[in-house]
Ligand binder design. Structure first.
Ligand SMILES: *Cc1c(COP(=O)(O)O)cnc(C)c1O
Length: 377
């Protein structure tokens, strides 16, 4: 085994596509089309084809995408938006910023995702939207969620920042990509995401072309026609250089998902028989793109294991250490529905192991043998 082990390895991935990436970036510089250059439109078109969706609107980052989605739905202060309590803060942050009320619900202990059953008791007369987060790379049970959203006139914004490329299969066999099932899908191209650029970037997608026009307008200062502003908007753009990078990398996304799945299968095979350690559950309805490979460590030993691994040169991360409802900023906004016991337990038990497209088998062998030695020692 050579070199230091990393959670994410962007350099090695770049080396393999260096010629195409360098050429794409150089082309933007040479044409000086830094803002809304042709690469932006081309990437939107390519992503639209990849996702098989009607419209793709690029924007500045994943958090902006979520905010733009909420703004386009024309919600009023006090309207409620249901979110998982076990997620990255961005999901709830934009709800609070817009004067809306985040209603936090617990998640399923196996998939880490919200379910239709958990959503039901959280629905009130003020509920206007749900933001399911396909956490760690696997779709939540969208068919059941779409059904209760329809029954209650609630919009769905899918947060696919960690699940771009995952495929969901409906009961009738129909397949759709994550983010193209609800009303609006949002994603992030943060460098460490499954499709990452070399800075910040994000996108929204929808099958509703009217809504697509509205999203584009909100992302562009609320204007359809230059200098004529219909609604309050924001300035959120994907840089042409980032679009050029993404155009190259999108061609490799399925191959990247495959590499991540190979790593996950290796971990599954070598870690599935350890008492006190639970490997991640696979949903029968969704493929997994393994943005994270997240194990659960029982008996209060998670932090000790993390320290043990660190001493052996193995990094690991805790996504996420504190539930949303225990965050200082969220104590006075929003409300919780339910006991939240799963979220609390997960915050104490989860540990994400290194996973990326460049992990070699000897490194994986070292990581899994070290974990075994902790439990056997
Ligand atoms: C990364 C992430 C975001 C935010 O994306 P940025 O591009 O960093 O703003 C939102 N939601 C989830 C679940 C994420 O993982």
């Amino acid at each position: 085994m050579t070199g230091t082990i990393q959670m994410v390895e962007l350099r090695g991935q770049y080396e393999k596509i260096k010629i195409d990436i360098d050429q794409a970036i150089l082309n933007v510089i040479e044409t000086s089309a830094f803002i809304q250059g042709p690469d932006v439109r081309n990437f939107e078109r390519d992503l639209q084809q990849y996702l098989e969706v009607e419209r793709v609107i690029s924007c500045g980052n994943g958090t902006d995408a979520l905010q733009i989605a909420l703004m386009a739905l024309d919600l009023k202060p006090g309207d409620e938006v249901i979110v998982p309590s076990f997620t990255y803060v961005a999901t709830a942050e934009v709800i609070g910023l817009l004067g809306l009320t985040p209603v936090m619900i617990d998640v399923d202990p196996c998939t880490f995702n919200i379910t239709a059953e958990l959503i039901k008791p959280a629905i009130s007369a003020k509920t206007k939207a749900i933001i399911p987060v396909h956490l760690f790379g696997q779709c939540t049970e969208m068919e059941a969620i779409v059904s209760i959203a329809k029954d209650n006139g609630i919009k769905i914004i899918e947060d696919t920042a960690q699940a771009l490329g995952a495929v969901y299969t409906f009961g009738n066999g129909e397949k759709k990509r994550a983010g193209t099932i609800g009303d609006i899908g949002c994603t992030s191209f943060f460098p460490s995401k499954n499709l990452g650029c070399y800075g910040d970037g994000g996108a929204l997608y929808t099958n509703n072309t009217e809504l697509g026009d509205r999203l584009k307008m909100v992302a562009n200062h609320g204007q359809r026609k230059k200098y004529y502003h219909e609604v309050l908007g924001v300035n959120s753009r994907l840089d042409t250089i980032q679009a050029a990078v993404l155009g190259v990398k999108l061609k490799h996304l399925d191959e990247y998902s495959e590499s991540r799945n190979k790593v996950a299968s290796y971990y599954d095979k070598h870690l599935n028989n350890i008492s006190g350690l639970t490997i991640p559950a696979r949903s029968a309805q969704s493929t997994h793109v393994f943005h994270q490979y997240t194990i659960k460590i029982a008996d209060g030993r998670r932090n000790e294991l993390q320290g043990y691994l660190k001493d052996k040169g193995i990094p690991s991360m805790i996504y996420y250490p504190l539930p949303l409802f225990e965050q200082e900023a969220y104590k006075n906004i929003g409300r919780c529905v339910g006991e939240m016991n799963t979220t609390k337990t997960l915050c104490e038990q989860v540990l994400s192991l290194p996973i990326h497209t460049e992990l070699a088998e000897d490194t994986l062998d070292y990581i899994t043998e070290t974990i075994k030695s902790y439990f056997n020692g």
